[in-house]
Design a binder for this molecule. Structure first.
Ligand code: UDP
Ligand code: MG
Length: 324
């Protein structure tokens, strides 16, 4: 069946799997997914995107390509999961594309459910975390805050969103055509619109290898995605500015009245407090604005999202390193 899928039948479903130092997971993922797809008679092709791994991940992908015909894309260095997802989507040839993690924390069985919904006419099928798996309290709290913010910005409930999705060709083309370099796949897939459905899944335990996220990288990820997707923090600066302007006006009027009635006492504390508050607000505002200017700078440079070093079994027009 796999052989037949490759030679006679064009793939209907492309499965994009970003992989960064996942040496122990490639064969496992390829095998598990392939057997499920075969059982369900879905003509699927797997695209492993090696995000500049420093272990034997690429060798594993080559092995899987020889064994079961998976396709591979290797980055010249680590460009991050977002870039890997987009590279996979750009090169995928199927009528629909799914994105899932390499560590099988996204249960492949759910993919079948998503695929059936696609067959029923849905164009964006979102994987929704029913149970977030084991996470520590601080992580839970921070991510709740982040998603609350993102949900406000996107007007969609993001609290249980994940990168586990299946998209119709139309949605994939729309995403791939976006000119921006700083992307947030999780939110963009609903931003494109189309007929949407969601499927709940339980996050599985990671069995092999370690999570690639550290606290610092998660904070960076959150800030990056907020600034990529929304200008709300800039509006916040404006609101703070207005509030403080009103307070300053009141204080100013009070000062004049005190002066006029000859009751002027040295209001030292007030002065210091005001100085401190305005000072910090100005610094904060400048920081936020600086963040956005940095984003503009990044976008204006128009650099490639990623650089491909090698590909395996890819025949798309974007083959090779010329990815844009
Ligand atoms: N990943 C990637 N590039 C990176 C970090 C992670 O392609 O720089 C991949 C990783 O190989 C995995 C997926 O993104 O397939 C999710 O990563 P991980 O399991 O570390 O994240 P978690 O499940 O802990 O959120
Ligand atoms: Mg994981």
């Amino acid at each position: 069946m796999a052989e037949q899928t490759r030679t006679e039948q064009r793939e209907t479903l492309s499965i994009v799997i970003p992989a960064y130092n996942e040496v122990g997971n490639i064969a496992r993922a390829a095998e598990t997914i392939r057997s499920i797809m075969e059982r369900e008679h879905i003509a699927a092709a797997i695209y492993f995107v090696d995000d500049g791994s420093t272990d034997g991940t690429w060798a594993e992908i080559e092995k899987a390509a020889a064994d079961s015909g998976v396709k591979g894309i290797r980055f010249s260095r680590n460009f991050g999961k977002e870039a890997a997802i987009f590279a996979g989507l750009e090169m995928a040839a199927g009528d629909c594309c799914a994105v899932m993690d390499c560590d099988l924390q996204h249960p492949p069985e759910t993919l079948v459910e998503m695929y059936r919904l696609w067959e029923a006419g849905f164009e964006v099928i979102e994987g929704v975390k029913e149970d977030r798996g084991r996470e520590n309290l601080l992580y839970k709290g921070m991510s709740a805050l982040f998603y609350k913010f993102m949900s406000g910005a996107t007007k969609i409930d993001m609290s249980r969103a994940s990168d586990y999705k299946l998209l119709d060709r139309k949605a994939v083309d729309a995403l791939v055509a976006l000119p921006e370099r700083n992307t947030f796949f999780r939110a963009l897939s609903s931003w494109v619109g189309y007929k949407t459905a969601s499927v709940g899944y339980t996050v599985q335990e990671r069995e092999v290898g370690q999570s690639k996220w550290s606290t610092v990288s998660l904070v960076k990820y959150a800030v990056n995605n907020i600034t990529s997707f929304t200008t709300k923090p800039l509006q916040l600066v404006l609101i703070l500015g207005v509030i403080f302007f009103v307070l300053a006006l009141i204080q100013g009027i009070e000062c004049i009245i005190t002066y006029a009635t000859h009751r002027a006492v040295p209001g030292f504390t007030t002065v210091i407090l005001i100085e401190l508050i305005t000072g910090s607000i100005v610094m904060l505002s400048l920081g936020i604005i600086g963040g956005y200017i940095a984003k503009i700078y990044d976008e204006v440079k128009g650099r490639h999202r990623y650089i491909v070093a090698k590909t395996l079994g890819i025949t798309s027009r974007r083959d090779g390193h010329d990815t844009f």
